[in-house]
Design a protein around this ligand. Structure first.
Ligand code: GAL
Length: 668
């Protein structure tokens, strides 16, 4: 079943209203809601006095309208009676400032008392709802994150280090603590990297970030175990924050979940510009799908402008629908809008729900209802279909954490670099999966490895095997600089992959922030100049063929990019950071080398994705622009929404979507 619904807060509204809510939801085709993730105070208003009657009644109202329920454990927002017990319950931020009560996510995830109260509420909830047939799944907490620097976390960090390194000699050696005489002689001397340390020991900085990520994994697992004990047939998830969130290792932290869900917002008060980059949302989806290599849900799909203090830019008619289908096109099997009705009170008064404050259906409701109607027609076709990709972009949270400690260059962002490379493929309509540095590579033909700064022997070996057996790999600057302890390697860059690249980098140039350079490509299919910035690797080929040269400064005419044949495959090294046109060209060239064709040639701003069910293919064509666009179809298709056959040149209206079923089945 394709799940479609909203995040619902019955505790915010009079009980008499619930029936009308359920009626309107059912009318819009909803079959699921998420509830209770912020209702701790309603379920346990007074310590130890639990009340689930109201939630039973809400579930009853919803399930009589055919709506299933995902329950959230409420630990993201504890009630005041709990937080006033101990100062230690509050998280301490990187400035050493203890949080105060009044927002949410203010708890220290290592506080033992917090775990005790977590255990109580989660136990009671799971026990109470285990046999309720309307409940199908659980969301643990809400958007885990935020590092804590308190003394409890500090002690736990020291224990975590002890387990990892066993002896202080080993830790001192791996972190190189002889530098500035930081040699620790007791575990208790090791600090947490508060912001005041500005530039911290790289080993310490990386390990602390790993530790905090593990902390949330442990805290989540603690809750999952309770839920699974009582409710073995329910699925367990957590709502993540997409590609952009960089404080947790999402690969590790989703390993214990049954399904990945995430929160997809494109228009929020924090960016009031009119332009929205659809590639960003696409990258988010492809990252979330890549976490478990399977379809995901959007647990919070935007349902209006997203504002707290400001009223965020109003989504244009069609955008909510377009963004919903973009989620589905990239592998969403469930869409849950945040939120059902705009709250009249609280921080999120201006975070628009499907319904306005007054609760009467308006434009947003009608748009969602339209999607509901369409899904009732095509949901079965979508169900069970998968996204297949032959291109992977490899990322690593260790590398992200290491770049947080030392960004390397004020104009360099690892995340933006990945986004830019991703956009190259996105604008060519070539589907991509974002994978981790530990993932198996079978099944892909191209693996792009941007700036893999922390490069382990295992990853280097896997890439070599992949290339030897026919794969194509592309690396970019700052690859192979460090080992897994965040120590710089003592071999020439790109370190452990220099050999398969067939090159040595004798000097890497860090460019002034106001400086540009240029690269000249000399490939038959790419004979162009492109502006470059930030980094310039000066490459000495050791068997590789040079495909581009720097054209300015003291390194004019020095090799800037190479290609190396290695076993049955090829390794491309790009020693510069290029612009968008450059990334689009490189993506085209490299895909072409692997025989991967764009799904369709479209004008910029029209995105194409596909989902496969066996050998049947569904094509999603999404016009992100405010003008009608023309596209040329490469065959005969059934337009599933409009229920007609189409072929040849067709036009697609502004912000509109086509879902096409190919009339001849293809082999993948
Ligand atoms: C999400 C969060 C929701 C809600 C929403 C709007 O990040 O999970 O609970 O706060 O943002 O701010």
């Amino acid at each position: 079943m394709f799940y479609f619904g909203a995040d619902y807060y019955p505790e915010h509204w009079p009980e008499e209203r619930w029936i009308e809510d359920a009626r309107l939801m059912a009318n819009a085709g909803f079959n699921v809601v998420r509830m209770a993730e912020f209702a701790w105070a309603k379920m346990e208003m007074i310590e130890g006095k639990f009340d689930f009657d109201w939630l039973d009644r809400a579930i009853e109202v919803l399930s009589s309208s055919g709506i299933k329920v995902i329950l959230g454990t409420p630990t993201a927002s504890p009630p005041p009676w709990l937080m006033s017990k101990q100062q230690d319950l509050f998280l301490v931020d990187s400035d050493g400032v203890r949080q105060t009560y009044g927002l949410r996510r203010e708890y220290c995830p290592n506080n033992p008392l917090y775990w005790i109260f977590t255990e109580k509420i989660v136990n009671r909830m799971a026990e109470h709802f285990k046999d309720n047939p309307a409940v199908i799944g659980w969301q643990i907490d809400n958007e885990f994150g935020d590092r804590c620097f308190c003394s409890i976390c500090s002690t736990k960090f020291q224990k975590w280090l002890q387990k990892r390194y066993q002896t202080l000699e080993e830790l001192n050696e791996k972190w190189g603590t002889i530098f500035w005489s930081h040699v620790y002689t007791e575990w208790s001397q090791i600090p947490v990297p508060l912001a005041i340390l500005r530039s911290q020991n790289p080993g310490l900085g990386l390990d602390y970030r790993r530790f905090m990520s593990d902390t949330y994994r442990d805290y989540q697992k603690f809750q999952i175990d309770i839920i699974r004990h009582y409710c073995p047939s329910h699925f367990v998830t957590h709502n993540l924050m997409g590609f952009g969130y960089n404080q947790l290792n999402y690969y590790d932290n989703t390993a214990d979940l049954d399904v990945v869900t995430w929160d997809n917002y494109l228009r929020m008060q924090w960016d009031m510009r009119s332009y929205i980059d659809p590639a960003k949302a696409a990258l988010n989806h492809d990252t979330m799908r890549g976490l478990k290599k399977k379809n995901f849900w959007v647990m919070e799909q935007q349902s209006g402008g997203g504002g707290w203090e400001y009223v965020a830019v109003t989504p244009k008619p069609g955008e909510l629908r377009l963004w919903t289908y973009q989620s589905i096109a990239h592998g969403a099997d469930g869409i849950v809008y945040f939120r059902w009705r705009t709250s009249r009170t609280g921080t999120e008064q201006y975070w628009q729900g499907v319904l306005e404050h007054h609760g009467n259906p308006g434009r947003r409701y009608l748009e969602v209802l339209q999607v509901g109607k369409e899904l009732s027609k095509i949901g079965d076709l979508i169900e069970g279909s998968q996204v297949h990709t032959r291109v992977a972009i490899m990322q690593s949270y260790d590398t992200r954490f290491a770049f947080q400690v030392q960004p390397n260059h004020p104009n360099f962002s690892y995340e933006k670099h990945i986004l830019d490379i991703y956009k190259g493929f996105f604008h060519n309509n070539i589907p991509v999966e974002i994978i981790s540095e530990k993932d198996p590579l079978e099944g892909y033909q191209v693996v792009v490895v941007p700036a893999m700064y922390i490069l382990t022997e295992e990853t280097a070996r896997n890439l070599e095997i992949f290339v030897q057996s026919g794969g194509i790999v592309m690396f970019t600057p700052r690859t192979g600089v460090k080992d897994e302890t965040n120590t710089v390697v003592n071999i020439k860059l790109p370190g452990l992959v220099a050999n398969i690249c067939g090159i040595e980098i004798n000097e890497y140039v860090s460019m002034a922030v106001d400086e540009d350079n240029q690269v000249k490509f000399g490939l038959p299919e790419l004979e162009e100049d492109f502006p470059t910035s930030v980094w310039a690797d000066l490459i000495t080929p050791k068997g590789a063929e040079v495909i581009a040269f720097h054209t300015m400064d003291f390194y004019t005419n020095q090799p800037a990019a190479t290609i190396n044949r290695c076993g049955k495959g090829k390794v491309i090294y790009i020693g510069v950071i290029g612009d968008n046109a450059f990334n689009v060209s490189i993506a085209r060239v490299i895909s072409n080398m692997a025989g991967i064709k764009p799904l369709m040639k479209t004008p910029p701003g029209v995105e194409v994705m596909e989902r496969w069910k066996g050998n049947k293919r569904l094509l999603f064509v999404l016009n992100h622009l405010s003008e009608t666009q023309e596209i040329t179809l490469d065959g005969k298709y059934l337009d599933l929404i409009n229920e007609n056959q189409i072929s040849g040149i067709i036009s697609i209206a502004p912000l509109n979507v086509l879902i096409l079923k190919e009339l001849i089945n293809k082999n993948i």
